[in-house]
Design a protein around this ligand. Structure first.
Ligand SMILES: Nc1ncnc2c1ncn2[C@@H]1O[C@H](COP(=O)(O)OP(=O)(O)OP(=O)(O)O)[C@@H](O)[C@H]1O
Ligand SMILES: Nc1ccn([C@@H]2O[C@H](COP(=O)(O)O)[C@@H](O)[C@H]2O)c(=O)n1
Length: 259
């Protein structure tokens, strides 16, 4: 499996950096972990843009594997059959993933084995597939090295569940962004209605809670704050306030912003 992402770095010199020099040249890493809908993607995008860092949307990796496993029939027609870990691993190893920052959506567009993956990958159903395959240690291991390599080209802002605990334990900044399940479900409803789709609050709330339960209680790399993470509850904060608080925390940790 390979993954690549163009970064926001204005100076291409950093992109030509040889990963074998990593021991002498270390770039800053900022981890934004937390549950679905907490606002991680929103703050991660703004930080990466402001700092000219690369962006790692690790949830997208798990979503792609979940979607491809479903399409290959590995999850059953309703996404609920017993899953063959080895088959998901083999599928994962065959993926070539490119992330392309999309200014309009404020997220990365995803190209898998040369084909653009549509917005479908972002829906709650695929989020559910992702959390089912995310329990497998071999799949997580296959994604681990790949994610770590992304910190070898420039500064990195990484969004996920285990960025601060497992993938980048020595990160310069770790934030665990939460919000109540109700606030997160309300955000999803707003997001869907704004996109001209229908939304059932109770159904969305139930799906969010089921995903939280699976992500927080799996044996390997469960979703939890790193011991040295800033805990930030965004239930009553708008996106600008979250960004301002995270930016200030990054500055306190020695990260320099030019704007
Ligand atoms: N602080 C906030 N207050 C209200 N809405 C927010 C806030 N932060 C983000 N949002 C909105 O909530 C929705 C979910 O945000 P976002 O995609 O950033 O969350 P996420 O944690 O990355 O979710 P996921 O893990 O499922 O990708 C988006 O529509 C976003 O615009
Ligand atoms: N570091 C990560 C990131 C994600 N997952 C799993 O993928 C699901 C989808 O993630 P989103 O951030 O895109 O919502 C998530 O529910 C996790 O099961 C993970 O395990 N580790």
């Amino acid at each position: 499996m390979t993954v690549s992402t163009p970064d926001f770095t204005p100076d291409n010199a950093l992109q030509d950096h040889d990963p074998s020099e990593q021991a002498v040249q270390r770039y800053p890493v900022i981890c934004i972990d937390g549950p679905s809908g907490a606002g991680k993607g929103t703050v991660t995008w703004r930080l990466a843009q402001a700092l000219g860092y690369q962006l790692l949307d690790s949830g997208a990796l798990y979503r792609i594997v979940g979607l491809k496993a479903f399409e290959a029939g590995l999850l059953g027609a309703d996404g609920c059959q017993d899953i063959d870990e080895q088959a998901v691993l083999a599928l994962t190893q065959g993926l070539d993933i490119v992330f392309v920052p999309n200014e309009a959506s404020g997220r990365v567009d995803i190209i898998v084995n040369g084909d653009a993956v549509g917005e479908q990958v972002r829906n709650e159903t695929v989020g559910g597939y992702a959390s089912k395959i995310a329990v497998f240690p071999k799949v997580r291991q296959a994604l681990l090295t790949l994610q770590q390599k992304m910190a070898s080209r420039s500064g990195l802002v990484a969004d996920g569940r285990d960025m601060g605990t497992v993938v980048f334990p020595d990160a310069d900044v770790k934030v665990f962004l939460t919000a109540s399940a109700k606030a997160r479900a309300e955000r999803r409803v707003t997001q869907l209605l704004n996109a001209g789709q229908t939304a059932d609050f109770e159904a969305i709330l139930a799906t969010i809670k089921a995903r939280d339960e699976r992500d927080e209680n799996r044996a390997t790399a469960p979703s939890k704050p790193a011991k040295d993470a800033l805990l930030l509850d965004s239930s009553c904060l708008d996106a600008d306030s979250v960004y301002a608080q995270v930016k200030k925390y990054c500055q306190d940790k020695g990260i320099c912003f030019n704007n």
